[in-house]
Design a protein around this ligand. Structure first.
Ligand SMILES: O=C(O)C1=C[C@@H](OP(=O)(O)O)[C@@H](O)[C@H](O)C1
Ligand SMILES: C=C(OP(=O)(O)O)C(=O)O
Length: 430
């Protein structure tokens, strides 16, 4: 995809459904009793992989336009898959599905693409094994393919060394099949979509803000059944982030982005935009199925560098590539630290972000847990090596809109993983 700089992005856009919530709607819908109707489901490759996995586990899932109907068969209604479960590029599918499969009576195997099969799975294998699960890495390298056989899960408390919603959710979902209470404490609060949705489905769950002892513990008790729900998935803040950044950076722009999920455990990006001096206004705030939603009005702004560290990091982890692009255009220095998790995403995002920013003539230094960006110098068009990482493709497409000359985004089709219509949305604003 070749892109050049532009001015004056104007108009109103809606953004496809949230990826994290779409995954969870299929998973919980499948193990709940009765029908779950999901509106504004994200038809990205990752979420479609989740649908295919649950179909292989015997669940009927109908898909028409943006509505998905899941015919849930109850907590113990999944049936043995006849084939390996292919999770494609999706870490979320892998780790949450593994939690559910550890509670089943049958054997299963999970595998994905080359990037997925190189991502760390010890982070779930270790606590699941402590719970009594039988889960192993087939190649004995602590990565997928994973092999799961019947175990006997017992209630368990896990002190997670990392703030990861995938680890937390995996343990809580396994906890639905345990013989007692299961709880997870994380060093900082990660996105709590699993906790919110489990509650909607009738689980006996206490989430972080309700427990007085610590803000970062969630616990679940076994229950008889979950019950199918009607879910409207809010627009994905991680996808909206590219258009918010475009609105802030592209001269003479004003964009209204409708119905975006702004769950505080997820929307750290909005605070960063404000702290950098961005002109952002939230309108029409309301709740939808336990999730906070708003319209976001953004106008071109002069940004300045800031330091981003500590407990905000898990609330914006997927937005760091686009934050880095904003930092390159902002006056002064931006420091990002405590973000070592970036190394184990679809690519090592410390490396892919800093390599590509350097290619665009930005003064950036990678560090062991983040990066230091000296902003304010013009970016120059370049060839961007996405390494098939969707977030890199989208973040550098925005950089291309404000860079001098032409930028060539290699393998730009990888946006299909989380936002197949990404380039079409742009057309609406030109
Ligand atoms: O739970 C989720 O839906 C996700 C959690 C995050 O991963 P970690 O839990 O590994 O940090 C995030 O990076 C990923 O895109 C989606
Ligand atoms: C890291 C991501 O997703 P996952 O871990 O589900 O592959 C992402 O979407 O940026």
């Amino acid at each position: 995809m070749e892109l050049t700089n532009i001015t004056g992005l104007k108009g109103q856009v809606t953004i496809p459904g949230d990826k994290s919530i779409s995954h969870r709607s299929i998973m919980l819908g499948s193990i709940a009793k009765g029908i779950t109707e999901v509106h504004n489901f994200l038809e990205g490759a990752d979420c479609l992989a989740t649908i295919e996995c649950f179909r292989k586990l015997g669940i009927e899932i109908e898909k028409n336009q943006d509505t998905v109907v899941v015919h849930g068969k109850g907590l113990h209604g999944l049936t043995p898959p006849t084939d390996i479960l292919d999770v494609g590029n999706s870490g979320t599918t892998t780790r949450l599905l593994a939690g559910i499969l550890c509670g089943q009576e049958f054997d299963s195997k999970i595998s994905g693409d080359e990037s997925l099969n190189s991502r760390p799975m010890k982070r779930i294998m270790e606590p699941l094994t402590q719970m009594g699960a039988n889960i192993s890495s087939i190649l004995r390298n602590d990565c997928a393919p994973l092999y799961i056989t019947k175990g006997k899960l017992h209630g368990f408390h896990y002190d997670s060394p990392i703030a990861s919603a995938q680890v937390k959710s995996c343990i809580l979902l396994a906890g639905l099949y345990a013989d007692g209470e299961t709880s997870v404490t994380e060093p900082n609060l990660s996105r709590n979509h699993t906790e919110l949705m489990l509650k909607e489905f009738g689980a006996d769950l206490m989430s972080a803000h309700e427990l007085t002892n610590t803000r970062t513990t969630a616990s679940v008790r076994p229950c008889q059944e979950l019950y199918g729900q009607k879910i409207t998935v809010p627009g994905d803040i991680s996808s909206a982030a590219y258009f918010i950044a475009a609105g802030l950076l592209v001269p003479d722009s004003e964009i209204l982005i409708k119905d975006i999920g702004i769950n505080p455990t997820r929307a750290g990006f909005l605070k960063v935009c404000e702290d950098m001096g961005g002109d952002i206004i939230l309108q029409n705030e309301h709740f939808c199925g336990g999730e906070r939603v708003a319209d976001i009005l953004v106008r071109t702004s002069n940004l300045h560098g800031i330091t981003i560290e500590g407990s905000i990091i898990p609330t914006l982890i997927d937005e760091i590539p686009i934050i880095a692009v904003m930092a390159a255009m902002a006056e002064g220095t931006t420091i990002i630290r405590d973000a070592e998790e970036l190394k184990v995403k679809e690519t090592d995002r410390i490396e892919t972000v800093t390599d590509n920013l350097k290619a665009m003539s930005c003064d950036v230094t990678p560090t062991f847990d983040g990066m230091i960006i000296e902003g304010g110098k013009p970016l120059l068009g370049a060839t961007i090596h996405t390494l098939l990482d969707h977030r890199i493709a989208m973040a550098f497409s925005i950089a291309a809109l404000v860079a001098e000359g032409t930028t060539n985004i290699l393998d730009s089709d990888c946006v299909d993983v989380s936002y197949p219509s990404f380039y079409d949305t742009f057309e609406l604003l030109l």
